[in-house]
Design a protein around this ligand. Structure first.
Ligand code: CAO
Length: 415
């Protein structure tokens, strides 16, 4: 079956996580992703957090499926010639080097447009134009600068970063959308364009409810925050709200049976207004249904601590899956806290291709996350990541280069 992006050729100058996430998604949709790597060295993550000596790390393999790898040093004279040919050949170039790296290689946006006016040139940087434009940025810096860390964690405790890679993978996702949008526009205009995503902007986009709350503070306390019911005054900025739900439906993480020994024996429990009566029945408080002190969302807000303590007395009598089995038929939104071990072993995630086992010649079998975006007419198969330079000969022959050029592309003596 033809894939959605069959025929689209991507010149992939990405490394580490944000850029590779983007090009991996495009590869899953069928684009031909040509990963250009430094001869003899490659993407630094190949040899970071190594678990199988001598083999590419999981860090690299899990972010670079379905791509082909070519080694090339565009800083050498011959390398620049070959790189120019690749720019002529491709539709999209993606990079996430530190600011200015591509210009220093001699391939500014202006130069790229001269070589190929149809080229879509997509970049991830830490910050957009301004005081910090020249900074190198990693995930946690972006989380801190994008408003996530100041609003994550517990009130009165230090700011907290989140395990979800919203700065890297989140920005990679944003960039992928920018690229396919530019490809669509090119079908009308025939022209390429520049696509830029700053990690700070990507994180802020994912934290927009917290900027919403910043503005709501002007109208008074944020009543759905636990701190309101606890009588703690609000300051000038959106505070950290622990595990409070981010929306208008109060929720908390509550202990379940076995919590004393199992760090993940918890459930998320939402006391959604629409099913309040069902919540009262389940937790053995039918009298709360009509009691004017508990019957409406507004009167419950200052009592959330007491309400969730009562719900927790019930959840502690059930394991997290029993809570789900009892609450789901009653439309009460709950979710078990799943460990990575449980996720890795979950048969339904294997069936949908969200968790996939891949075989690799150097490291054997490993698990990865497949494409979370499912297209009915463009299913994604996960193909192992390429070895360093595995496709140099194949790719350079395809664009008509000689064996002398291929040997030059492999030459790591100048690195
Ligand atoms: N051949 C020869 N040289 C190559 C090459 C190749 N195929 N590919 C890359 N290089 C060179 C670049 O030209 C650059 O050299 P110069 O600095 O001398 O111009 C160098 O390798 C890459 O530099 P870098 O500064 O990008 O790499 P770093 O490891 O020092 O920094 C990072 C990494 C991620 C902090 C930085 O790239 C960055 O800020 N990127 C933008 C933001 C981003 O994407 N961050 C998320 C990373 S994922 O956590």
């Amino acid at each position: 079956m033809e894939k959605a992006l069959s025929g689209v050729k991507i010149l992939d100058m990405t490394h580490v996580q944000s850029g590779p996430t983007c090009t991996q998604l495009l590869a899953w949709f069928g684009a031909d992703v040509i990963k250009v790597e430094r001869p003899g060295v490659g993407d630094a993550t190949r040899k970071q957090l190594v678990d199988v000596p001598g083999a590419d790390s999981l860090y690299f393999t899990m972010l670079n499926h379905n791509k082909r790898s070519v080694t090339l040093n565009p800083k050498s004279e011959k390398g620049a010639e070959i790189f120019t040919k690749l720019i002529e050949h491709c539709d999209v170039m993606v990079e996430n080097f530190a600011p200015g790296a591509l210009d220093r290689m001699g391939f500014s946006w202006e130069r790229i447009q001269e070589i190929n006016p149809r080229m879509i040139y997509a970049s991830v940087k830490g910050f957009g134009p301004g005081a910090y434009a020249d900074c190198k940025v990693y995930e946690n810096v972006a989380q801190c600068a994008g408003g996530s860390a100041s609003t994550t964690g517990h009130l009165g405790d230090v700011p907290m970063v989140t395990a979800a890679q919203i700065g890297d993978s989140g920005t990679g996702l944003h960039l992928a959308l920018g690229i396919v949008t530019a490809l669509f526009q090119r079908t009308h205009t025939g022209k390429g364009q520049r696509v830029e995503c700053a990690m700070q902007d990507g994180v802020l986009n994912l934290c927009r409810v917290k900027l919403r709350d910043q503005q709501r503070l002007a109208a008074g306390p944020l009543k759905e925050y636990s701190q309101h019911g606890q009588g703690i005054p609000f300051g000038e900025a959106t505070p950290r709200a622990g595990n409070d739900s981010g929306g208008g439906q109060p929720g908390r993480i509550l202990k379940c049976k076995g919590w004393e020994n199992d760090p993940n024996a918890y459930t998320y429990f939402i006391t959604q207004a629409a099913v309040w009566k069902n919540v009262c029945d389940v937790i053995g408080k039918p009298e709360w249904k009509e009691d004017p002190e508990y019957a409406t969302p507004e009167v419950r807000l200052p009592r959330l601590d007491e309400i969730f303590e009562t719900v927790e007395e019930w959840t502690m009598t059930k394991d997290k899956f029993e809570v789900m089995e009892i609450c789901n038929p009653l439309n009460i939104p709950v979710g078990p806290i799943l460990s990575m071990k449980e996720i890795a072993e979950d048969p339904s995630l294997r069936e949908t291709g969200t968790v996939v086992e891949v075989d690799h010649p150097e490291r054997g079998k490993y698990l990865t996350v497949g494409n979370p975006i499912k297209l009915s007419d463009s299913p994604s198969d996960v193909v192992r990541s390429p070895l360093l330079g595995e496709h140099t000969e194949q790719i350079l022959s395809e664009i008509g280069l000689s064996s002398e050029d291929i040997a030059a592309a492999r030459d790591d003596s100048a690195i």
